[in-house]
Ligand binder design. Structure first.
Ligand code: NDP
Length: 246
């Protein structure tokens, strides 16, 4: 296989770590960003102990200037980014009539504007090299909406609008752009939800359990593969049957 440089934003999180492990296992050079140097170093060491060397650069995905610097630093350390996974994300849940502007903008900036901030500095290089794979990690709640998540659902739905536009603009340049929309996966983000609420969520999942980060990573690796060149603009739901929209 061809070794590529893959950037997974939010790689230190639950799903991001699994994606990094999977892509590293396929032989790619892997990179991610961090905000907290202490936390990042502990995570880097844990990955290194498992034989995975991750190129780590500082960068807040909600900050366009920081992202430009982050991409240039990664390119300098491990070469042009051929695979980009826009994975970093946050929640600031509350019903809309109680939501303040900060909760709205934090989520839009981190989940949606980050797609601009991180993708814009890599897209021209991909177009020049005539090869690229871009995957957005959206959410089931971007597809179906969710009580208490107007900000998150809006951002996640917007990510797929971004995907299908970029897919059209870049198809002739060997670049595919796709979305993965996970259902509820047992990471810190979901384990922060009160247990009784989690139990109610699991009761709605036909497969009968939360997803595993590796199950999301597997789909990302499919979309980023060399042979996956005729699938672009897709939105793959991975949710244990929780939502079966067309
Ligand atoms: P985690 O909370 O485990 O990880 C989130 C990651 O994003 C962390 O590495 C975090 O870094 C990083 N991050 C957050 N904000 C920023 C920022 N401003 N700049 C840079 N990095 C940032 O979440 P998951 O692994 O569960 O989620 C990953 C993605 O999957 C998210 O986009 C989420 O919305 C999506 N998703 C998750 C689902 C789930 O059930 N878990 C379901 C559907 C979608 P730091 O340590 O600095 O905070």
């Amino acid at each position: 296989m061809t070794q590529r440089t893959a950037l997974v934003t939010g790689g230190t999180g639950g799903i991001g770590s699994a994606i990094i492990r999977y892509l590293a296992g396929q032989g790619h050079r892997v990179a991610t960003n961090y905000r907290d140097p202490g936390k990042a170093e502990a995570w880097r060491k844990a990955m290194a102990a498992d034989g995975i060397e991750v190129c780590m650069v500082p960068g807040d995905v909600s900050d366009p200037v920081a992202c430009e610097a982050m991409i240039r630093a990664i390119e300098e350390k491990c070469g042009p980014v051929d695979i980009l996974v826009n994975n970093a994300g946050i929640t600031r849940d509350t019903t809309f009539h109680k939501m303040n502007y900060q909760q709205w903008t934090d989520v839009i900036n981190t989940n949606l504007n980050a797609c601009f901030n991180v993708t814009r500095p890599v897209i021209e290089g991909m177009r020049t090299r005539k090869w690229g794979r871009i995957v957005q990690i959206s959410s089931i709640n971007g597809q179906k909406g969710q009580y208490g998540q107007a900000n998150y659902a809006a951002a996640k739905a917007g990510m797929h609008g971004f995907t299908i536009s970029l897919a059209q603009e870049n198809a002739k340049f060997g670049i595919t752009v796709n979305t993965v929309s996970p259902g509820y996966v047992g990471t810190d983000m979901v384990m922060a939800v009160p247990e009784e609420v989690r139990e109610k969520i699991v009761a709605q999942i036909p497969v009968g359990r939360l997803g595993k980060p590796e199950e999301i990573a597997y789909a990302v690796a499919f979309f980023t593969g060399e042979q996956t060149c005729w699938i672009t603009g897709a939105n793959l739901a991975i949710n244990g049957g929780h939502y079966m929209g067309w």
